[in-house]
Design a protein around this ligand. Structure first.
Ligand code: GDP
Length: 139
């Protein structure tokens, strides 16, 4: 059975453009409960570690530079079928291919600066949430 927890980041392009509030509204309107949330900024080391799975991809350096270019909002979200439903809500990686009404279609500017992150599995949701929050913060 699918889990009920996912993890998101509102990425630097979206926080810089003033979209944080609108994106949070859309997440809540879509039935997610916010279990933990923080405005923070990643160091190069932290961003490198978070995206370690992409280390061999050609855009890894660009991704780390971009993710450290400004503040991000990290959050743990709860809903039935959280991972899949949140991936549907954010849309395809490339905003030009994302469906109408999705967060990336509405707020992202490019495949790199694509407004939000959403975990791709229940396992990664727990790992990514633990990267930012202690157990006490989302008890
Ligand atoms: P996601 O699961 O939809 O976030 O997509 P991926 O796991 O494939 O990629 C992780 C993140 O890397 C994306 O959300 C983008 O921010 C970035 N990214 C993906 N493809 C590219 C690319 O071709 N160029 C650059 N610069 N960044 C990319």
């Amino acid at each position: 059975m699918a889990g009920n927890v996912t993890f998101t980041m509102i990425k630097p392009d979206a926080t810089a453009a003033g979209h944080t509030g609108k994106i949070i509204d859309k997440i809540i309107e879509s039935g997610f409960t916010i279990k933990a949330m923080k405005l923070t900024r990643l160091s190069k080391e932290e961003a490198g570690k978070f995206y370690e799975v992409h280390k061999e991809r050609p855009f890894y350096g660009e991704l780390v530079d971009y993710m450290t270019s400004g503040p991000i909002v990290a959050a743990i979200l709860v809903k039935d079928n959280a991972v899949e439903d949140f991936r549907t809500l954010i849309g395809a990686t490339d905003p030009q291919k994302a469906a109408e009404g999705t967060i990336r279609r509405m707020f992202a500017t490019s495949i790199a600066a694509n407004a939000v992150h959403g975990s791709d599995s229940d396992e990664n949701a727990l790992i990514e949430g633990a990267f930012y929050f202690s157990t006490r913060e989302h008890a």
